[in-house]
Design a protein around this ligand. Structure first.
Ligand SMILES: Cc1cc2nc3c(=O)[nH]c(=O)nc-3n(C[C@H](O)[C@H](O)[C@H](O)COP(=O)(O)O)c2cc1C
Length: 207
């Protein structure tokens, strides 16, 4: 590697080259940690398309994800990018994996109810590739019986979950609901992407 070669671009590091990942960022306080996930995927050679909900954009600016992914960020069904291939149908068609992080109580509810009322939920309603969710919310929301039954339905339907874990929460308490750390999300994502390559797209990574 020459001095000017970007870190992560040597051939041994690019184990995810040729893969396409759709990252749906939702309005949880852990959205900033998803920047690390996107950056690491890109450094390892994956093509990453980021879609953000309206709430997510109040927490992290799309320019951050655009810069990290090197691609335009999808923010609205009604504001298509200049690149026709980036339209929602094509994005979901070419993704090998979709990561939803942080997966809010809201998006979990929408997926299980089949609701498609914005870009993120519309993408998720039509996605054909494996979906990995990293739920994050405060303990009361996570323990809400409707959220729990939605999570159970997602698992039953073959969706993959990583976390949540226990720890310090944004509401300044300690409990369950903390989003899995970027490394855990990357490990689960790598497993799914590599399983997809070997023809087994449904390894069990649910927690
Ligand atoms: C500062 C802040 C942090 C939030 N963090 C979370 C969170 O971690 N998990 C969650 O489910 N909702 C969280 N919410 C509430 C969601 O943003 C809200 O339910 C929103 O409707 C989610 O929309 P989305 O799923 O389309 O992103 C938070 C709200 C605010 C104002």
């Amino acid at each position: 590697m020459t001095k000017s070669e970007p870190v992560g671009q040597s051939s041994s590091d690019t184990d995810l080259a040729g893969t396409e990942v759709l990252v749906v960022v939702c309005g949880g306080i852990a959205a900033y940690k998803v920047c690390t996930v996107v950056s690491r995927l890109v450094q390892r050679g994956a093509g990453v398309m980021v879609a953000m909900t309206k709430s997510a954009r109040k927490l992290v600016g799309p320019a951050t994800f655009q810069s990290l992914s090197g691609r335009k960020v999808l923010t609205s069904l009604w504001r298509p990018t200049a690149d026709y291939d980036a339209q929602h149908i094509h994005v979901t068609e070419r993704a090998n994996l979709c990561i939803v992080a942080p997966a809010t109580a809201n998006i979990i509810g929408k997926i299980t109810a089949g609701i498609a009322d914005d870009l993120a939920s519309t993408l998720l309603a039509g996605v054909a590739c494996p979906v990995l969710l990293a739920p994050a919310m405060n303990t009361a929301m996570w323990e809400n019986p409707f959220v729990q039954s939605n999570v159970a339905r997602l698992k039953e339907a073959g969706y993959h979950l990583v976390g949540p874990g226990e720890g310090w929460l944004a509401c300044r308490t300690v409990g369950i609901g903390r989003m899995a750390e970027p490394d855990e999300i990357l490990t689960a994502a790598t497993q799914l992407l590599k399983a997809g390559r070997s023809g087994n797209s449904n390894p069990c990574v649910s927690s």
